[in-house]
Design a protein around this ligand. Structure first.
Ligand code: CTP
Length: 490
């Protein structure tokens, strides 16, 4: 990321900004583009949303702009004193310069209007407190009262005011510090980190949606470990994601100690980020070992074990999604990746039989490639020979998968007997027994006992149904429910 030399003037090419400036001139108000747009322009980063601050009434000005552009899509947030317009696919947010940006807790703006410098002083970081004029007489002139450009050159996040005052205005900024550190790959000023540590608990009063949004933005950066490590060091992680914070630390018993799971996880996460932009796979990488702290046991003669952590971890995913108000449509995917993360390696131990490969392909379905991406990233040993061996094993598993997928087309496969047909054949009402019978038929096909054909499946069902229906109605346990998988990466 290129940091330009200090400048008093920036080229604002966007015609949209020129037109907003003309409206400001006609209306006799001073208008500026501010915040992320200016920051990213100066850093040579891709610019997206536009924030406009006017000295005066921001909402009234937004109404004028909406009128000129003939757009009815103005959204006014009266409580926050802001207004949003979508113009040429860009989101443009308007606000009047204020003396205090947000009141405590409620994030309601104080009514007091202020000067541009008042407004900039109440923003989160100096690099976000740079404005560029939009009025014709000073178009592109830069206002940078807190030397945000100097901090850009030092690659440093600093607050315009005392950090505790800045965080007091809006504690979410504690998270934003970690997020920007990861996104921009900047250092965080020690005083800012000190305030973050002191005030970390205040994050518990911020709305969960805002906290999670910053958390996901951190995960989307090139190297999320930068932000997560800072969150851990300042105690922020303990407040916003205690399950992840609990992975830190090493237990020593006699000569045995295990890897620090948090450290290992950060390495895996950064590695997976080189292979994918999918934030849900990144989250799965962050959480793949999340149950290690609660499954850990010391076994005499063996050392530390984490039996069943993949299944216990998978079951922790939904409650975490709910609490963090993450979009539930991704919960099954993350759960599945966590549940299956040891399976490709377990295949090697089992001898990579056709039926075991088919079973994994069936369970992972379309997500098998993502699962393999995580597995490859999960090799973090310093032992070069071991790493090479594990890498080769995965390559072998992947080639066997490809071979079997070509032959049997399991990834999108649906067992040939549907639930309704099973009910009809066996004269059963809708009940768990239907699922049990369907599992038996599926198992028989995946194990290669019967061909993957409708008639063979039906004949098999007829041959087993009486015995199964008579037997105790216990659901077939998943292999991983048994906690039998050893983690080759620990
Ligand atoms: N801002 C702030 N405190 C906050 C949120 C925002 O001071 N809690 C100010 C900052 O000046 C910020 C601007 O409002 O630059 C716009 O906020 P936002 O759109 O959330 O962030 P950006 O800086 O634009 O960055 P990004 O688009 O990456 O979120």
């Amino acid at each position: 990321m290129e940091v330009k030399q200090h400048t008093d003037h920036i080229e604002l090419e966007e015609t949209l900004l020129k037109r907003i400036g003309q409206i400001a001139d006609r209306d006799a108000v001073r208008a500026f583009v501010v915040g992320g747009y200016v920051r990213d322009l100066l850093l040579g980063r891709h610019v997206t949303d536009i924030d406009i601050v006017v000295v005066g009434d921001g909402v009234a000005f937004a109404r004028k702009v909406a009128e000129v552009f003939g757009r009815a899509n103005l959204v006014v947030y009266e409580t926050f004193g802001t207004a949003m317009l979508t113009l040429n696919e860009a989101k443009v947010e308007f606000v009047g310069a204020r003396k205090e940006s947000y009141s405590k807790e409620s994030r309601k703006p104080a009514v007091a209007t202020g000067t541009l410098e008042d407004d900039l002083s109440r923003r989160d970081f100096t690099v976000n407190a740079i404005a560029a004029s939009l009025n014709a007489d000073t178009y592109g002139h830069v206002e940078d009262p807190f030397d945000g450009q100097g901090d850009m050159r030092k690659r440093m996040l600093r607050t315009p005011l005392e950090p505790t005052a800045t965080f007091d205005d809006d504690p979410l900024r504690i998270m934003r510090a970690m997020r920007f550190a990861a996104q921009l790959e900047f250092e965080v000023d020690p005083a800012v980190l000190g305030a973050a540590r002191e005030m970390a608990n205040r994050l518990s009063i911020v709305s969960q949606e805002r906290v999670s949004e910053e958390f996901l933005k951190t995960l989307k950066s090139r190297k999320p470990s930068i932000g997560l490590q800072l969150m851990f060091d300042t105690g922020v992680l303990r407040v916003v994601f205690p399950e992840v914070a609990q992975m830190a630390g090493v237990d020593q018993r006699k000569d045995h100690h295990h890897k620090d799971v948090f450290r290992h996880t950060l390495q895996v996460l950064d590695k997976v980020c080189q292979a994918t932009d999918n934030v849900w796979l990144r989250l799965a990488a962050l959480l793949h070992d999340v149950a290690k702290p609660r499954t850990k046991a010391f076994v005499e003669g063996t050392g530390w074990t984490f039996h069943g952590h993949e299944e216990v971890g998978a079951r922790m995913i939904k409650p975490m999604f709910k609490r963090m108000r993450l979009p539930m449509e991704h919960v099954n995917y993350v759960e599945k990746i966590v549940r299956l993360h040891l399976r490709p390696m377990a295949l090697v131990d089992e001898g990579v039989s056709d039926s075991a490969v088919r079973r994994l392909l069936y369970e992972a379905g379309e997500d098998i490639d993502d699962l393999m991406r995580l597995c490859r990233a999960d090799i973090t040993s310093k032992n070069v020979r071991l790493v090479e061996q594990v890498r080769k094993n995965y390559e072998y598993v992947a080639s066997r998968m490809e071979e079997i997928e070509k032959k049997d087309k399991i990834r999108n496969w649906q067992p040939p007997l549907r639930g309704e047909e099973i009910m009809e054949i066996c004269g059963l009402p809708q009940s768990p027994m239907v699922g049990i019978l369907k599992d038996k038929v599926t198992d028989a096909i995946l194990d290669g006992l019967i061909p993957n054909e409708h008639d063979a499946a039906k004949a098999f069902l007829l041959s087993i149904k009486d015995e199964v229906i008579k037997g105790p109605a216990i659901k077939r346990p998943r292999r991983s429910d048994l906690g039998v998988l050893d983690d080759p990466t620990s």
